[in-house]
Design a protein around this ligand. Structure first.
Ligand code: NAD
Length: 391
């Protein structure tokens, strides 16, 4: 693993929260990634996530952005979680103002982050040259407008990654030439998990199990995803009172025991590991979450011959949405955003799986070769002014 370019550590003054900003690389002085908040976040995890972002921008065909990530070790449900997020963002604001584009991730939401940026006169973080580029400024305006639009009753920004992950799963399943109407289990029912479940059911798959932070719900005939979404809370938790009487509710730790063909982890890191990789029943794992399989778990999955499509190939939706609109690659309309993501996810998945078949190599190893970031640039900085050089 390459060393990260920049690691900034933060200690909150008011609570025991700790946070990190990690920049893996810059491209043209610019880098992008989300902000995660969860009690289990560590510096090492943020470093791994930042690296995955760098690969993800390559998979996203970006020529403008490197990969970074921010993480805060704190309870995202605590009453003061937003105040903690605000203090963290203030601490790293100088980097944000120079081209470190931080968005949302597990445990945070984008509107909160943008509201805090606005307080400090920042819209979307930009480099100096982006701030002077009329096309980029126009793209940002269009992106801001699209953020408030909806698709299938959900905010566009909350479906782009989940829908992309579902298109990836569909492409991979078809590549394997398996039967239609396959059974799917999804861990997580937040932005990614819920929209992925919805698109999978729209594509004709049977979503037989979904877990959230509190429970696992299963139904062999398939869950009514639309209804579960209608009653989930802001933390991506399902409301049991709306479950059908034939649904079964169990502990969320049992999610790998559910009989299924496709497994889509869409929540936390390292959830498939050496303690449970031997009980995975699926023939295909599609990593909608970032780094959901630990390195030991990955060895076991590889040995067992289970196919995977790894995180930076699967979950490019949100960053492709950002890149395609801000840098003017597509017509800025909601359906065009989704069509573009579908096309990219299907293309990358097909390429990954056919290369893996051809080279007789595990998909993750092929992905690290095919989407390797080649650029490691610097922060863009202003030339010193005459006044600055005259003393
Ligand atoms: N939001 C995006 O656009 C995006 C983009 C790329 C990657 N990702 C990755 O996808 C994953 C999910 O992100 P998100 O934005 O949907 O987060 P979110 O905060 O919206 O939702 C998280 C979900 O995980 C569930 N969860 C928490 N602990 C759990 C447990 N022990 N078992 C089962 N479920 C549990 C929560 O209840 C919630 O449903 C993360 O790994 C994130 O890095 C997100």
């Amino acid at each position: 693993m390459l060393k990260p370019y920049l690691v900034v550590e933060w200690n909150d003054t008011e609570t025991d929260a700790k946070g990190w900003l990690v920049v893996h690389n810059f491209v043209n002085g610019y880098t992008g990634g989300g902000t995660r908040m969860h009690p289990t976040v560590t510096k090492e995890e943020v470093i791994r996530l930042a690296e995955a972002m760098a690969y993800k921008y390559v998979a996203c065909e970006s020529e403008t952005t490197g990969g970074c990530k921010a993480g805060i070790a704190y309870d995202y449900k605590a009453p003061n979680a937003l105040a903690v997020l605000r203090r963290f963002l203030i601490a790293i604001m100088p980097y944000i103002d120079l081209g470190v584009s931080i968005g949302s991730d597990l445990g945070t939401n984008y509107e909160d982050i943008l509201t805090i940026f606005h307080e400090f006169g920042i819209d979307i973080p930009m480099t100096k040259s982006m701030k002077q580029d009329q096309k980029v400024l126009q793209g940002i305006k269009q992106y801001d407008e699209l953020l408030t639009t909806k698709m299938d009753g959900l905010l566009l920004n909350d479906v782009v990654t989940g829908y992309g992950s579902a298109f990836t799963a569909d492409e991979a399943w078809k590549f394997k030439q398996e039967q239609e109407g396959a059974k799917v289990v999804i861990q997580g029912f937040g932005s990614v998990g819920a929209s992925c479940a919805l698109k999978m059911s729209q594509l004709g798959y049977k979503v037989v199990g979904i877990s959230d932070a509190n429970l696992l719900v299963t139904c062999e005939e398939g869950l009514d995803v639309q209804k579960l979404i209608a009653h989930k809370n802001e933390y991506g938790e399902m409301d049991q009172t709306y479950f059908e009487s034939h649904y079964t509710v169990r502990s969320n730790t049992k999610w790998l025991e559910v009989d299924c063909d496709i497994l889509i982890p869409s929540a936390l890191e390292d959830v498939i590991n050496k303690s449970n990789a031997d009980i995975v029943k699926a023939k295909l794992i599609v990593e909608a979450a970032n780094i959901p399989i630990s390195s030991e778990g990955d060895e076991m999955i590889k040995e067992r011959g289970i196919d995977i499509v790894n995180d930076f190939v699967t979950n490019v939706g949100a960053i492709r949405f950002y890149e395609s609109v801000i840098f003017g690659l597509i017509d800025p309309k909601p359906q065009a955003v989704i069509d573009d993501i579908e096309q990219l996810c299907r293309k990358n998945t097909y390429h990954l799986l056919s290369e893996s078949k051809k080279q007789k190599k595990y998909q993750r190893e092929v992905a690290y070769e095919v989407f390797r970031p080649a650029i490691s640039g610097l922060l863009e900085y202003a030339e010193p002014s005459k006044e600055e050089t005259s003393y």
